[in-house]
Design a protein around this ligand. Structure first.
Ligand SMILES: [Zn+2]
Length: 224
């Protein structure tokens, strides 16, 4: 069995984005080789298999106490963007099981999928608006931690507004929709209109899943 994790970042200003495979955590023998699959914009394990939550939906999410309460509504709106998939699955895709959770402000593999709002951010990565780390075993995700960059050095101006008519700064709902895509296993794409584009410019709203985004999710979660 192999355990892996990926860090997925969203960069506002740099052209360098995309997947960063940090390392495999450790490896043990006894894994049966799996047949490769087409990616459908999912990240794949070394055997070329899509990595996802498989049947283990909804993803149970905890909201860390660092997340300001005004971010709850944009988060809930972002989760709503997945309702088409939810309808086809016949069950929720995401479930928030706790708000304001007291835990160390250091994302780690602890068995809980948590959303963090971090004022400490790597000094050499100031352009990242958010990052989702996904942990999996074989081809199944078992934890995903999302962090939003609230570092004073980056000084992103997040737009919490729910009407989204005149966005200033970084639209938080769009950022959550993107990071939730990573939570499900999607990777970046340059396809026009996709919520999984690497970059989100300030003042841009990109919160609605494109037809292609939905088809990618169907390919893995509701095949046939
Ligand atoms: Zn991303």
């Amino acid at each position: 069995m192999n355990l892996f994790f990926l860090n997925l970042t969203w960069s506002a200003r740099w052209s360098l984005g995309g997947l960063i495979l940090l390392s495999s955590l450790f490896a043990m023998g006894c894994q049966r080789p799996l047949a490769p699959e087409k990616s459908c914009q999912f990240y794949q394990n070394p055997d070329g298999q899509r990595v996802s939550w498989k049947k283990n939906l909804p993803v149970k999410l905890y909201v860390h106490s660092s997340v300001p309460t005004e971010a709850y509504q944009p988060l809930r709106e972002a989760i709503d963007q997945y309702k088409e998939l939810e309808k086809e699955l016949g069950k929720p895709v995401f479930q928030i099981v706790g708000y304001g959770v007291d835990a160390p402000p250091t994302p780690s593999r602890d068995g809980n999928s948590m959303i963090y709002w971090l004022s400490d951010w790597e000094a050499d990565r100031p352009s990242e608006q958010g990052r989702t780390t996904v942990y999996w075993s074989g081809n199944s995700i078992y934890e995903a931690d999302m962090r939003i960059n609230a570092s004073p050095m980056s000084a992103f101006e997040f737009n919490f507004a729910s009407d989204h008519n005149s966005p200033n700064g970084t639209d938080l709902r769009s950022l959550f929709v993107h990071e939730l895509g990573h939570v499900l296993g999607l990777e970046h794409t340059d396809a026009p209109g996709s919520v999984m584009n690497t970059h989100l410019q300030e003042g841009t709203i990109r919160a609605t899943l494109s037809a292609e985004d939905l088809n990618d999710l169907r390919c893995e979660y509701t095949p046939g």
